[in-house]
Design a protein around this ligand. Structure first.
Ligand SMILES: CC(=O)N[C@H]1[C@@H](OP(=O)(O)OP(=O)(O)OC[C@H]2O[C@@H](n3ccc(=O)[nH]c3=O)[C@H](O)[C@@H]2O)O[C@H](CO)[C@@H](O)[C@@H]1O
Ligand SMILES: C=C(OP(=O)(O)O)C(=O)O
Length: 451
């Protein structure tokens, strides 16, 4: 089992480059199923475990994917199967994003139920409601969801009960090849939705309104492969901004987009962090004691739930009491117990966590209970006295490219320990091997090895 070991106390300084966004590249890869001619070329694809998992699903459907550096070439001219493999879908919820494109391209799809996961139950009712409104027949059985349609899906007006990111994406993709126009109301407005719409339009789709609460998709008869560059990962960027703040350091986060990070920037400024964005990134520095703030997670443009755990780590070392309220997922406080193992003073009352500032964090053994919890453990470790050992690194590998390596380059005392080599796809294994040697001079990870 791999571990990341952090010794607290170093002020971070220098420049860190943000990788392509996990939550943008996954729907973009799934959307490639819509291209019945030509090849897609996806640039800035982060070499992450989740990208490998969705690639596994795509290959099982007959799609060809070739990697070179951080570029993926995808050819979906021949779809040979509409059945997604159980193991890959169970491993990662976002695999369910192949449902919409498969159904609309082939008239049928059979996908294992993605199930719940640690942070909440995460139902898919809004995805299915959308497909049904477009004329699909949905049946559930033996752990699978089957969707079928005679002829093409038909455009429909769909009001989402919650502005679900995944449902908005799945319905957008299904609607791209439907007959007529689909209107999604109460749509999610995340930057990743805009990125997907841009890709769909480059493929010949007709999507308007992405980034607002109402998205209109005029169906087209066919789509083709396209060239696309994935947006930078705003959650990774926010994590490095907090790493700078928690160590009282000074870091330039290259690739961070101010517009995507407004709710995070606003809270950091309220705390006293100096934020200076320019056209290529964001400079973060701290020159006064930080003060606690209250944070409530909400769909975009509210404060992102994917930054809640990292923000909690920062609030622990700030002055005063802060309240963090999680409204998006019902069980996203598992990091609280782990932070307590580092001497954090946090009380949970329902959906709120009350954080006592100026906690004297002490290094210890903690577990990454999910992806962002893992990031929070590393951040807390950077500020703690002594050594912090983070296990459950496979969660972190889902969403951060070379986190130990990037932090080491900023001056953190951190390294990755691969106690027993895990059986990994070779591209990811290589990327993680580069991170595994003891710090601090490590080669910058350049992406997927040639397949
Ligand atoms: C791969 C990806 O992009 N993952 C992101 C995506 O997940 P994901 O797309 O799964 O998240 P959703 O936006 O769908 O979920 C938001 C809320 O809606 C509820 N819901 C969702 C679908 C549905 O059919 N019914 C329903 O009730 C969920 O239980 C949750 O409470 O958005 C989340 C919210 O910003 C992020 O934390 C995840 O990192
Ligand atoms: C919850 C997350 O991802 P996923 O939806 O893939 O589980 C995340 O990125 O923090």
């Amino acid at each position: 089992m791999s571990k990341i070991v952090v010794r607290g106390g170093s002020k971070l300084s220098g420049k860190v480059k943000v990788s392509g966004a996990k939550n943008a590249v996954l729907p973009v890869i799934a959307a490639s199923i819509l291209g019945s001619t030509g090849e897609s070329v996806i640039h800035e694809a982060p070499p992450l475990d989740d990208v490998m998992t969705i690639s596994e699903v795509m290959r099982a459907l007959g799609v060809r994917l070739d990697y070179s550096g951080e570029t993926i070439r995808i050819n979906a001219e021949h779809i040979s199967c509409c059945d997604a493999p159980y193991d890959a879908v169970r491993k990662m919820r976002a695999s369910f994003l192949v449902m919409g494109p498969l159904l609309t391209r082939c008239g049928e799809a059979r996908i294992p139920l993605p199930g719940g996961c640690a942070i909440g139950t995460r139902p898919i009712d809004q995805h299915l409601k959308g497909f049904e409104a477009m004329g699909a027949e949905i049946s559930l059985g033996q752990g699978f969801i089957e969707a079928k349609v005679e002829g093409r899906l038909r455009g429909a007006k769909i009001y989402l009960d919650v502005p679900s990111v995944g449902a908005t994406e799945n319905i957008m993709m299904a609607a791209a090849l439907a007959e007529g126009t689909t209107i999604i109301e109460n749509a999610a407005r995340e930057p990743e939705i805009v990125d997907l719409a841009n890709y769909l339009n480059a493929m010949g789709g007709k999507v308007r309104g992405a980034g607002t609460g109402v998205i209109r998709i005029q169906g087209v008869a066919c789509m083709q492969g396209a060239v696309h560059t994935v947006i930078p990962d705003r959650v990774e960027a926010g994590t490095y901004m907090i790493a700078a703040a928690i160590t009282g350091g000074e870091v330039y986060v290259e690739g961070a987009i101010e517009d995507h990070l407004k709710p995070v920037i606003s809270k950091l400024q309220e705390m006293g962090v100096t934020i200076e964005p320019d056209e290529n990134g964001i400079h973060v520095s701290v020159n006064r004691p930080l003060v606690g703030v209250d944070v409530k997670t909400l769909p975009h443009p509210g404060f992102p739930t994917d930054m809640q755990a990292q923000m909690m780590a920062l609030l622990l070392v700030s002055e005063g009491t802060s309240i963090v309220t999680e409204t998006v997922f019902e069980n996203r406080f598992m990091h609280v117990d782990e932070l307590r193992n580092l001497n954090a003073q946090i009380k949970v009352e329902g959906r709120s966590a009350i954080i006592s500032g100026r906690s004297k964090l002490k290094g210890g053994k903690v577990c990454a209970t999910d992806l962002r919890a893992g990031a929070a453990m590393i951040l807390a470790g950077l500020a703690a006295d002594g050594e912090t050992e983070v296990s459950g690194v496979h969660h972190i590998d889902r969403g951060y490219v070379g986190i130990a390596e990037k932090l080491a380059r900023l001056g953190a005392t951190i390294y990755r320990l691969n106690e027993q080599p895990e059986a990994k796809p070779k591209q990811v294994a290589k990327a993680q091997e580069e991170e595994a040697s003891e710090f601090p001079i490590l080669p910058i990870q350049t992406g997927f090895a040639r397949a």
